[in-house]
Design a protein around this ligand. Structure first.
Ligand code: FES
Length: 105
């Protein structure tokens, strides 16, 4: 099973199984990791904000215009690393993805 390495808001690190076909937000939420995902994945709340590690950031598909606009408005926005986890579809190629959950806004 492909995995995701997650650092949560408390700084605790864990490795979780990633289900191919789900979004990263769904995987985090199903493991009770602290993403609120208030909008349910509609790209309208930014409460699923994560920072993807440098090594992985360039391997992800580019942000859509909607994701870009929303994530830029977050206080902790990092141009190179910020992603909305509901907009990242988990694939076998993302095995080992490493990310940190952003503090809630
Ligand atoms: S869950 Fe709302 S933007 Fe991702």
């Amino acid at each position: 099973m492909p995995t995701i390495h997650v650092t949560d808001r408390s700084g605790a690190k864990q490795t979780i199984d990633g289900k191919v076909g789900q979004t990263v937000m769904e995987i985090l939420r199903d493991k009770n990791i602290d993403v609120e995902a208030i909008c349910g994945g509609c790209c309208s709340c930014a409460t699923c904000h994560v920072f993807v590690d440098d090594a992985w950031a360039a391997k992800l598909p580019a942000r859509s215009e909607d994701e870009q606009e929303l994530v830029e408005e977050t206080e902790s926005y990092k141009a190179a690393n910020s992603r909305l986890s509901c907009q990242i579809k988990f694939t076998p190629q993302l095995d080992g993805l490493s990310l940190t959950v952003a503090l809630s806004e």
